[in-house]
Design a binder for this molecule. Sequence first.
Ligand SMILES: N[C@@H](CCCCNC(=O)[C@H]1CCC=N1)C(=O)O
Ligand SMILES: [Mg+2]
Length: 259
Amino acid sequence: MALLTPEDLENLSMQLEENDEIARRVTGLDIRGICESLYGTEPGSEKVGIIPITAGNGIIGNFTSSLLYIVEYFGFEGFITEHPDVTGYYEAVSRGADIIMMADDHIFTAHNLRNEKIVSNHVATGVVYADIASRFQEASSKDILVIGLGRVGYAGACHLVNKGFNVYACDPNKEFLQKAVDELGINPYCSDDRKKFSMVFEATPNADTISEGMIEERCLVSTPGIPCGLPPEIGKKYRVDLVMEPLVIGVASMLYSVI
Ligand SMILES: N[C@@H](CCCCNC(=O)[C@H]1CCC=N1)C(=O)O
Ligand SMILES: [Mg+2]
């Protein structure tokens, strides 16, 4: 999984404001509205304990402080434990956390101790970015393209199939593609197909995964990025609206999915 860097997490509030405005313009809802509509939930007074984890590559600068900012922005009460790891877990529960958030290099999870709901950042991120793409108000049909069928892309594709969209998907890994065809009934797509889309959900760890032949004149691309799959010159030429930021939208989706 692509690990965040402290630089990815600089000026999150500006990235959030920009994406809130774009989401509102192209879907009619801001991030909060999309999460409420997606999960049918609203924040109560849940207390969120954020635990730094030293496993693997260890602490990422700005990570837990970014989580605290996001938790509070969406109306929850949050705190970062003084200690990391197991000691931090004990501290969070002792301090009355209703929801525990923590991440090693493989899984970033939110676990609600009260209703026992648990979610990974992969699933929550895939679902919310796919949902954003599917809400494009200028979409010309129910056809939607999913690029990447890893843990994030697969979760998003599954959500879109359940919402009744015509899901076309591609992945260089033929096993990932076959699994999605077999289990989700998606239509396999390859870039030399003549079909163009006005809604694209991209979930790959690569740049330049979106090519001119894939997109219609008006098009919404929704992706957690890192890096961005849309080449800037194509974005300009086709007046593409892009919803992309590294952490906030995925974390908001995690929180709303476990309350
Ligand atoms: N153990 C570290 C956090 C490690 C997070 C690694 N996971 C990612 O970078 C994922 C999360 C969203 C995008 N990539 C700490 O507690 O500071
Ligand atoms: Mg995100």
